[in-house]
Write a protein that binds this ligand. Structure first.
Ligand code: KIV
Length: 236
């Protein structure tokens, strides 16, 4: 391979939310990785990764914070701009940071519009279930695709800790219902983080939208990883 040559050839078409739904239908696994800057995003896109997540894990990875709570909307827009500048093929999903959507669907829409307009990202990701359904609905009215995120939701770390979620039958039923609700609300895909593999596998076959797992076993429709973890850059 010559330097700069792309690894992707046969699947060179741009990834959209519809392409992801088609991949789910045909059983093709979805690859999603985080990136927060131009140089890494270029490598990740060139390697053929389907979705690049401008995760709020930038708070930990780029800024060295203990949690994702401090990162701001302005920071997220900056990181997303850097990534968008690098990407030809992948779908770029941008995390809505803590404080930019909770408890106020008008604020959520305003924040999502800023992300789309100022960064050029293609979709937003938002953590939570029932309590954010109004925000998701309002964001969708602007034609902005929304990815959900259930299970371990790091913005709630002070409530949940970093423990595996949905480990008992009651919590599993609650997560199941929340996932169905997010699908019905119109999320185009869901991230499921740190939940039992068996539950994630069953949910993936029940839902018609792609389920992308992290710490949720191999039975999901795709996997997402924080690139710094994959590269062994995360302090233990
Ligand atoms: O911010 C992030 O990197 C994430 C992944 C852990 C899914 O949300």
């Amino acid at each position: 391979m010559v330097p700069g040559e792309r690894l992707v050839s046969s699947r060179a078409k741009k990834v959209t939310t519809h392409v992801l739904q088609e991949m789910k239908r045909t059983g093709e696994k979805i690859a999603m990785l985080t990136a927060y800057d131009y140089s890494l995003a270029r490598l990740v896109d060139g390697a053929g990764v389907d979705v690049i997540l401008v995760g709020d894990s930038a708070s930990n990875v780029m800024a060295g914070n203990d949690t994702t709570v401090p990162i701001t909307l302005d920071h997220m827009i900056y990181h997303a701009q850097c990534v968008v500048n690098a990407v030809d093929r992948a779908l770029v999903v941008v995390d809505m940071p803590f404080g930019s959507y909770q408890g106020d669907s008008k604020l959520a829409l305003k924040s999502a519009i800023r992300i789309m307009k100022e960064s050029g990202g293609h979709a937003v990701k938002i953590e939570g279930g029932k309590e954010i359904v109004d925000s998701i609905k309002r964001i969708l009215t602007a034609g902005i695709p929304v990815m959900g995120h259930l299970g371990l939701t790091p913005q709630s770390v002070h409530q949940l800790g970093y423990r595996r979620q949905a480990t008992d039958p009651v919590a599993q039923e609650r997560l199941w219902q929340r996932a169905l609700e997010l699908e019905q609300t119109g999320c185009f895909a869901l991230v499921l983080e740190h939940v039992p593999a068996e539950l994630a596998t069953r949910l993936s076959s029940e839902l018609s939208v792609p389920v992308i797992g992290i710490g949720a076993g191999e039975g999901c429709d795709g996997q997402v990883r924080v690139s710094a973890d994959l590269l062994g850059l995360t302090p233990q």
